[in-house]
Design a protein around this ligand. Structure first.
Ligand code: NAG
Ligand code: NAG
Ligand code: NAG
Ligand code: NAG
Ligand code: NAG
Ligand code: NAG
Ligand code: NAG
Length: 405
């Protein structure tokens, strides 16, 4: 998300998260999956209809879902309980948390039907307005199905949050109309996200597709993201994040950061974005850091990327300042070991490659290889521009002669 409003969430009974200053609001699945031992049988099967859910899109089904969850979460350790949200129905849910830890080490949530949020602010009285659906401390969770999760465009939440979750799988769902981020993943390890379809209007502010922070070993594969802000934003404490076969656009690119806001110490490393397409997005491959921060962003690769009418296809911005009210500072997040390779297609702007690094230590070992980015129109040509960027380039159009060796 470009601008984060500061945290107002009361995390209450979740002490480890006191430091979660980056809040996610629409739908929150906080899922924690611990070690998986397999060998479970697919029982018990718990259908939300059997717990009293109505599924007419108007009745508040929250309590029925929580009741069903109690059964699922309380199932014995040698089972694989399955929560069925049946297709052909639409379930209205108020903010709720599917809380772990649970008895079983593997839990399956099958989302066949649609889930919608209440659209009136008054429906949120007495609830934490930052979070809609939360899965918290649930280990070995799989959430899949063809259902749609519709945030109804409410401004005050994020759609789906997985927090503190290990061995999480999310696939197949359609997410729409969250006004903040659609899916947030924080404090999770070993996550597989695939075949999602995430959409929000292009002009909706702060609607990140997927926000990642303090998480490791994540693969996001084969997913479409079209939103009003970053398609994927990778924030502090994230490492070993792979993003493959993702199409982004509209949206603000697949971004590392923003990092180092308000002098924060932030670290991100081992981020690999491959076989992705940026289609009409503002920004493509982007690393953004505020002046005055510290820490690092390193070992980042963007390769095998298709660009279609992309604004700022390749962009390192160490002067990130969306409100234009920043002063030059004397510290920075250290950006190094960045590879942009095999990137082909068209740019909406002339400066297709921008490597803007601070004058403190600049960016080091930035490589641009096998790149051909041409103008999307016939009235301009692409160029590159650098400040304090060190590294190398080969076989690049536009040439990046400004990279200092
Ligand atoms: C991420 O990509 C790296 C390099 O391509 C690979 O070695 C690693 O296994 C991948 N990790 C995941 C979780 O997919
Ligand atoms: C990722 O998606 C691609 C393209 O759809 C597919 O070929 C590949 O098998 C997927 N990889 C995994 C690990 O699911
Ligand atoms: C960023 O993450 C690192 C590593 O997890 C942690 O040490 C640091 O405190 C975090 N920074 C902030 C501002 O939370
Ligand atoms: C790019 O986006 C446009 C507009 O949404 C769409 O018509 C086109 O099919 C997309 N191209 C690809 C390759 O996804
Ligand atoms: C920045 O990172 C590079 C690569 O890790 C390292 O060589 C350099 O010393 C770092 N600079 C500072 C000021 O930390
Ligand atoms: C770059 O791509 C354009 C358009 O596809 C092509 O005409 C041009 O020959 C390519 N340039 C290089 C150096 O490969
Ligand atoms: C806000 C501001 O003063 N930004 C400047 C900081 O310094 C760089 C040069 O290293 C300038 O390009 C920025 O305009």
């Amino acid at each position: 998300m470009e601008r984060r409003v500061s945290p107002t969430i009361q995390w209450g009974t979740w002490p480890p998260v006191a430091f979660l200053y980056e809040l996610y609001s629409s739908i929150i699945f906080m899922v924690c999956i611990a070690a998986t031992f397999g060998s479970g049988i697919s029982e018990p099967i718990v259908n939300v209809l059997d717990s009293g859910a109505v599924g007419d899109g108007a009745t508040d089904d929250s309590q029925a879902f929580l009741k069903a969850w109690e059964t699922v979460c309380g199932a014995a350790s040698d089972t694989t309980p399955t929560l069925i949200i049946p297709e052909g129905k639409t379930f209205l849910l108020k903010p709720l948390t599917f809380e772990g830890p649970c008895g079983s080490t593997t839990i399956h949530v099958q989302v066949g039907g649609d889930i919608i949020a209440p659209s009136e602010l008054s429906d949120w009285d007495g609830f934490d307005p930052e979070n809609w659906i939360v899965f918290r401390d649930v280990n070995g969770l799989t959430v899949d199905g063809n259902g749609q999760i519709d945030g109804k465009g409410a401004k005050w939440w994020e759609a789906l949050m997985f927090s503190g979750c290990n061995s999480l799988t999310v696939s197949g769902l359609r997410h729409t109309n969250s006004q903040k981020s659609h899916i947030s993943i924080t404090e999770c390890d070993n996550v597989f996200i695939s075949s999602l379809h995430i959409s929000a209007p292009e002009d909706s502010p702060n609607t990140d597709g997927i926000d990642i922070s303090r998480s490791t070993n994540i693969l996001i594969n084969n997913t479409f993201i079209g939103t009003g802000d970053d398609c994927v934003a990778i924030n502090n404490g994230s490492a070993y994040i792979n993003i493959t076969w993702v199409t982004c656009g509209p949206g603000h690119g697949i971004s590392v950061g923003s990092l180092g806001k308000d002098g924060e110490f932030n670290v991100v490393e081992e981020i690999h974005v491959e076989h992705c397409t940026f289609n009409g997005s503002d920004n493509g491959a982007r690393i953004k850091t505020w002046q005055g921060g510290s820490g690092y962003a390193k070992k980042i690769t963007y390769q095998d990327i298709t660009l279609i009418n992309t604004d700022n296809p390749i962009f390192i911005d160490q002067f990130y300042c969306p409100d234009d009210d920043c002063n030059n500072k004397t510290s920075a997040v250290n950006v190094s070991d960045v590879l942009f390779a095999n990137m082909y297609g068209t740019s909406e702007v002339d400066t297709a490659i921008q490597l803007l690094c601070n004058g403190i230590f600049g960016c080091t070992n930035v490589r641009v290889e096998n790149v051909n980015i041409t103008a999307s129109g016939s009235d301009f040509q692409t160029i590159s521009s650098c400040e304090n960027a060190h590294g190398s380039s080969s076989n690049s159009n536009p040439q990046v002669d400004c990279l200092l060796s």
